[in-house]
Unconditional design. Structure first.
Length: 283
């Protein structure tokens, strides 16, 4: 296993065989079926492509940015290695016929928002000068047609919209590898409460005790439903948040964003504890 992937396993505290499933949990996507399923093989190729990039060369978000540049949705300078990773993703997806393309889209729980982004990329490529005047009705129409038609009735534009959506989804996975492999979490001894609905831990640094709580939040927006039913996704998917308290005044720091899984929230909390105990930030 490449060095970056080994570091990702260490930082998430998972064995190599479970790394892909953990990364999918971080980005809020379902884990692909076990080998030799083709959807898992595609995901593994993406991990290997980004896992070979040396540390410090790319930052999280670079692969998604390169994907948007390639699609004409963003005008920016991007590091060459991120474009190389995007080309690997595109070649992998472009090799798929409609049936396999649909299987990958279903397996990654593609949403209407994902399809809309893909449709916008396709229409932008067809009309490179459109810019902000891109016809929103055309985007909605193409998105609706993809969702309602069976893969055998997709035209070229429908297939390309799905491909473009998958480019970005797999780029998210690649950026998760970059993020996790270069993160600095403090391993915490989590205790589980409420049948897995709440996790608690504590840490001490610079003479201060920090109490950490990870739990579901009542204010979470509903998760976007996949366009095509996914057998392993529950009907209701909660969002997670961490909370850190310390000192007699019970000062608190809340995460700035919601997380799609308990693993993602725990990992973010452990990274926050590292920053707190190192004095790089305060509550």
């Amino acid at each position: 296993m490449a060095g970056r992937l080994t570091r990702a396993c260490t930082n998430l505290r998972v064995p190599p065989a479970h790394l892909l499933d953990a990364l999918c949990a971080l980005v809020g996507r379902p884990a692909p079926p076990d080998e030799p399923h083709p959807v898992r093989r595609i995901h593994e190729r993406v991990l290997q492509a980004v896992g070979s990039v040396p540390p410090g060369v790319l930052e999280p978000g670079d692969v998604c940015a390169a994907t948007d540049v390639r699609a004409g949705l963003l005008n920016a300078e991007i590091p060459a290695p991120s474009d190389t990773a995007v080309l690997c993703i595109r070649r992998t997806v472009d090799d798929l016929g409609p049936a396999d393309l649909w299987e990958l889209a279903r397996g990654t729980a593609v949403t209407r928002d994902d399809l809309s982004r893909g449709a916008a990329a396709v229409l932008t490529e067809a009309n490179p000068g459109a810019g902000d005047s891109l016809d929103e009705l055309a985007v909605r129409t193409l998105t609706q047609e993809v969702a309602e038609r069976s893969p055998c009735r997709w035209g070229r534009g429908h297939s390309e919209a799905v491909r473009a959506a998958l480019y970005r989804i797999l780029a998210d996975l690649a950026d998760a590898v970059l993020d996790v492999s270069e993160s600095t979490p403090t391993p915490l001894d989590w205790t589980v409460h409420d049948n897995g609905g709440r996790y608690a831990a504590s840490a001490v640094g610079r003479g201060v005790r920090y109490d950490v709580l990870v739990q579901t939040t009542q204010n979470a927006p509903p998760a976007a439903a996949p366009v095509w039913d996914h057998p392993s996704l529950p009907a209701a998917r909660p969002a997670w948040q961490w909370r850190i308290t310390s000192g007699p005044a019970d000062r608190a720091s809340h995460s700035c964003a919601l997380f799609p899984s308990a693993l993602a929230a725990r990992h973010a909390a452990e990274c926050a504890i590292t920053a707190l105990t190192a004095g790089r930030c305060g509550l």
